[in-house]
Design a protein. Sequence first.
Length: 227
Amino acid sequence: MTIVGKFAAALALIAVFILGLVWGIGAMVEHKLAGPDPVTIASGSLQGLREQNRLSAFAARFVAVSTSTQTQFGLQAKKTLIMPGTVEYHVDMAKLNARDVTWDAKTRTLGVVLPPVEASAPQIDMTQIREYGEGGILSKITDADAKLEAANRAAGQKELVRQAHEAVPIRLARDATRRAVERSFALPLKAAGLDATVKVRFADEGHDNSEVWDTTKSIAEVLANRE
């Protein structure tokens, strides 16, 4: 290669380097001007929620009343049990992943789809259990009392579970969880100076087809496209 050819090749390499440097500086400046990245912030919030495993934002107290009767030898024993219990409602946040979180840059809306709310087994307040009734002679000569107590406790437990899964407490549990998760995502965005709306729904809830999570990409897809 002649000296002129070598010189031209060197100039070409220098030009490529300068163009790359200019592009890199431009990209850095553009990133700085664009401000904090909502997708990155949302990803951090998601990780924090997942590390909680179970998020419990609501609990309710219920009271079950059950009555049982035992009849033997023409005799009858009857007892009524009043049994209070507390149920905690939680969401398994370990099931939440980046595919469940979306960001709509046009409307500046973050959408989150949570796993369904689950109810724990009722925690019975043994100190508040009350029992009423008469066993009479049958209770003295048989094990009627033990059978009545077992039957009432089983029926009471079943009744507490039924009450815990009624529409009203489930709705209240969803609303409390929704508010807690909205705050968990909204506060970091606000702290970064980003004006954004956070919308949370549950996977087993119905929703309008116009809502944000039907039309936007999840943060998992956005982050994958950046790699």
